[in-house]
Design a binder for this molecule. Structure first.
Ligand SMILES: Cc1cc2nc3c(=O)[nH]c(=O)nc-3n(C[C@H](O)[C@H](O)[C@H](O)COP(=O)(O)O)c2cc1C
Ligand code: FES
Length: 630
C-alpha cells in the first residue's frame, strides 16, 4: 500500500471499499471481545469458517470477528447483517443450524434469540433488546460492525474523515477551540476539561511535545478502555492524531497494560495500518504534518495510571507518582510538555470534529456533555458495557438497561468511580450521572466502574475490600497514604472480626481527613471515599458491627453462625455428607446439629439444603433456635 497523499485519495479508497461490498450480502459478525472469547467465541467463529466451507458459501457470506458488543453476560454473541438478527449464548454446536436456517433458509432460529425475562418474549434485533435500546452508543456502537484488524472497515464507516477535516479545514487553534467548546471532560477519572489541557500544552514554548493515551485501566471490574482499544483501535488513534495536530506534537504513546494482550495486539496492528495508509508518518495525507505513535506496555500497577507515574514509566523509571508542582501539560515526559488523556476521551474527538461542538453539547447535562461508557457489574441481571448520555439516572441504568436485581432481592447501593469512588444508597438512586452530581453525593464518575450491590452486601466489608485493594496498590512513597491506608485497613478488619471499639468510626474519619489533605497523589487523596461514603449512608451498619457485634447483611464470617432448624429438617443427611469441616453431627433418622467450634462458616450446609426443606438459616447476634438434636 502506497501512503495516501491527499483527502481525495482517501475518498477514492472509501468509495472503492464501499463499492466492493454488497450491502445485501449476509455478514456474520461473531463477537471476539475478551468476554465472548472466554465463553468459546473463538470456537464459534472457527465453526462458522468450517461450516461456510462445507456448504460452499465462501462467496455468498462474509464472516467478521468483531470487538466487544457490550452484552458480555449473554456471550458469545453473533449478529447477522444486514438484518441485525442477534443470537445470544451461541455455542459451536449451534453453528450448523444458524447456517442452515438463517443464512441459507432466511429463517430466524428462535431458540437462540434473547428472551426478555420480564415479558418472556423473544427479541430478534440487537437494537430492540432492552439492554441496548436504552443506551446511546456513539463511541462504542461501531464495535459490533468493525473487524478491529481491518482499517477498511473503519474507513467504510467514515473513519479518518475527522482527521481530514481537522488537517485541511481547521487550524490547530480552531481544533483546540472546538474541543473547548464541546466541554469534553476527561473520562479517566478526574473529569478535567480536555480542551483546557490541550490549550495549556499547545501554549507551552518547547519544540518537543508528547501526546499520550492512558490505557492503564486498573480499576477492579472495569474494562471499558480495554474493549474500546480492542474493538475499535482506529477511533482512538484518529483522536490522538487530531490532538497531536492541535497541540503541535510529533510523537505519541499508547500506554497500555501488559495484561491486555489483545488490546496491545490490535493497537499495534492499527498503528502499522495507519502508517501504510499515510495517516501516520512524515507527511500525513500530504498535509505536511508529521506524527508517529509508539506502544508502551505497562507492568499493570494501579498507581501507574496516575499521570506522573505513567510518564515516569514511559521514561523507563519506576511507575510511581511525583509531586505535581507544575502540570504535566507543561512539564511531563523528559520534562517536555505532555498531554495525557484517557482512551475514551480520545475516542470522543473524531465525533466532536465531524459533528461539531454544537451537536456534542446538545447531549448531556449543563456541565457534563456527551456520553459515558460504564462497566455495569455486580448484583444486576444484565452485566456488561453500557454507553449512556450524561444525565441519565442511576435508576435508569440499573433497571432499564441492567434489568434490575437478580433473584428478586432488594437494591442496596451502587458503587461508582472505581476503588476511590463511593457507595450511593437507595435513597439517591435517582441521582443523574454527571461529574459534579456524583461528587456531591460523595462518590465520583471515575473511569466508569459501576458495581451494583443488593441487600446481601455488607457495607463495612465493601469498604474494607476497596481499602485493602488500595493498600496493596499504594506505592508507599508518602506517609499519609501508606500508613493511613494500613491503619484504616486494620480498623476495618477489626470491625469485621467483631473486635471494633467505640471511637473507631471517628478515627476512620480523622485518618481520612489527613489523607485527603496531605497525600502525594490522587490515589491517597481519594482513597477514603469508600469509607466516608459508607459511614455517611450506612453508619448504622458500622455501629451494629461495633456495638452489637452483628453484621446485619450476615456477611462477616466472625459475626455469623449457621443453624439447622429442627422443625424443618427432614434428617436427609445431605448437609452432614457435604460439610467440608465435618462440623455437622448427625446420624440416620437424627436431626443434625452444627458444632459451632468446628464450623468454618463456609455456608455449604445452606447451599446444599434442599429448598423444599429450607432448614438451614444464617444468624448474626441473634439467639439460635433449639440446637439440641432430637
Ligand atoms: C491512582 C490513579 C490511577 C489512575 N488510573 C488511570 C487509568 O487507568 N486510566 C486513566 O485514563 N486515567 C487514570 N488516572 C487518571 C490520570 O491520572 C489522568 O488524570 C487521566 O489519564 C487524564 O486523562 P483524562 O483527562 O482524559 O481523563 C489515574 C489516577 C490515579 C490517581
Ligand atoms: S466480549 Fe462479546 S459482548 Fe463483550
Amino acid at each position: 500500500m502506497v501512503p495516501l497523499k491527499s483527502p481525495a485519495e482517501l475518498e477514492n479508497i472509501r468509495k472503492a471499499v464501499i463499492a466492493r461490498r454488497d450491502p445485501n450480502k449476509p455478514c456474520i459478525a461473531v463477537c471476539s471481545g475478551t468476554g465472548c472469547r472466554a465463553l468459546a467465541g473463538q470456537e464459534v467463529a472457527l465453526a462458522f469458517v468450517q461450516g461456510i466451507k462445507l456448504h460452499g458459501l465462501e462467496t455468498k457470506v462474509d464472516l467478521k470477528r468483531t470487538g466487544c458488543h457490550g452484552f458480555c453476560e449473554k456471550g458469545p454473541l453473533v449478529v447477522i447483517y444486514p438484518e441485525g438478527i442477534t443470537y445470544v449464548q451461541v455455542q459451536p454446536s449451534d453453528v450448523p443450524e444458524i447456517l442452515r436456517e438463517t443464512i441459507i433458509g432466511k429463517q430466524v432460529v428462535h431458540g437462540l434469540l434473547y428472551t426478555d425475562p420480564v415479558t418472556g418474549e423473544t427479541v430478534v434485533h440487537e437494537s430492540e433488546i432492552p439492554f441496548y435500546r436504552n443506551q446511546l452508543r456513539l463511541v462504542f456502537g461501531n464495535n459490533s460492525e468493525i473487524d478491529p484488524k481491518s482499517i477498511e472497515d473503519y474507513i467504510a464507516l467514515g473513519g479518518y474523515s475527522a482527521l481530514v477535516k481537522a488537517l485541511f479545514e481547521m487550524t490547530p487553534k480552531q481544533v483546540v477551540e472546538e474541543v473547548k467548546k464541546a466541554n469534553l471532560r476527561g473520562r479517566g477519572g478526574g473529569g478535567f476539561p480536555a480542551g483546557r489541557k490541550w490549550e495549556e500544552c499547545r501554549n507551552a514554548t518547547d519544540e518537543v511535545k508528547y501526546v499520550i493515551v492512558n490505557a492503564d485501566e486498573g480499576d477492579p471490574g472495569a474494562y471499558m478502555d480495554r474493549s474500546l482499544l480492542e474493538g475499535n483501535p482506529h477511533s482512538v488513534l484518529e483522536g490522538l492524531i487530531i490532538g497531536a495536530y492541535a497541540i503541535g506534537s510529533h510523537l505519541g504513546y499508547v500506554y497500555v497494560r501488559q495484561e491486555y494482550p489483545l488490546a496491545v495486539e490490535n493497537v499495534a496492528v492499527a498503528i502499522k495500518q495507519a502508517v501504510e495508509y499515510g495517516f501516520l508518518g512524515q507527511n500525513i495525507l500530504g498535509s505536511g504534518f508529521a506524527f508517529n505513535v509508539e506502544v508502551h506496555r505497562g507492568a499493570g500497577a494501579f498507581v501507574s495510571g496516575e499521570s506522573t507515574a505513567l510518564m515516569a514509566a514511559i521514561e523507563g523509571r519506576v511507575g510511581e507518582p511525583s509531586p505535581k508542582y507544575i502540570h504535566t501539560a507543561i512539564r511531563g515526559i523528559f520534562n517536555k510538555p505532555s498531554n495525557l488523556n484517557n482512551v475514551e476521551t480520545w475516542a470522543n474527538i473524531p465525533l466532536i470534529i465531524t459533528k461539531g461542538a454544537g451537536w456534542y453539547i446538545s447531549i448531556g447535562t449543563e456541565r457534563s456533555k456527551g456520553t459515558k461508557i460504564f462497566s455495569l457489574v455486580g448484583k444486576v441481571n444484565n452485566t456488561g458495557l453500557v454507553e449512556v448520555p450524561m444525565g441519565i439516572t442511576l435508576r435508569e441504568i440499573i433497571y432499564n438497561i441492567g434489568g434490575g436485581i437478580p433473584g428478586g432481592k432488594k437494591f442496596k447501593a451502587v458503587q461508582t468511580g472505581g476503588p476511590s469512588g463511593g457507595c450511593i444508597p437507595e435513597q439517591l438512586i435517582d441521582t443523574p450521572v454527571d461529574f459534579d452530581e456524583l461528587t456531591e453525593v460523595g462518590s465520583m464518575m471515575g473511569s466508569g466502574g459501576m458495581v451494583v450491590m443488593d441487600e446481601d452486601t455488607c457495607m463495612v466489608d465493601t469498604a474494607r475490600y476497596f481499602v485493602s485493594f488500595l493498600c496493596y496498590e499504594s506505592c508507599g512513597k508518602c506517609v499519609p497514604c501508606r500508613e493511613g491506608l494500613r491503619q484504616m485497613l486494620n480498623i476495618l478488619n477489626n470491625i469485621c472480626l467483631g473486635k471494633g471499639r467505640d471511637g473507631d468510626i471517628e478515627l476512620l474519619e480523622e485518618i481520612s481527613a489527613t489523607m485527603k489533605e496531605a497525600s502525594l497523589c490522587a490515589l491517597g487523596r481519594t482513597a477514603p471515599n469508600p469509607v466516608l461514603s459508607t459511614i455517611r449512608y450506612f453508619r448504622d451498619e458500622y455501629e451494629a458491627h461495633i456495638k452489637d457485634k452483628c453484621c446485619p447483611a450476615k456477611v462477616c464470617r466472625e459475626l455469623i453462625s449457621y443453624c439447622i432448624l429442627p422443625d424443618k429438617c427432614q434428617a436427609c443427611m445431605i448437609c452432614v455428607r457435604n460439610c467440608p469441616a465435618d462440623a455437622i453431627i448427625g446420624g440416620e433418622g437424627l436431626i443434625p446439629v452444627i458444632d459451632q467450634q468446628k464450623c468454618t462458616k463456609c455456608g455449604t450446609c445452606l447451599e446444599v439444603c434442599p429448598p423444599r426443606f429450607d432448614a438451614v438459616i444464617k444468624l448474626s447476634a441473634e439467639p439460635a433456635p433449639r440446637l439440641v438434636a432430637s
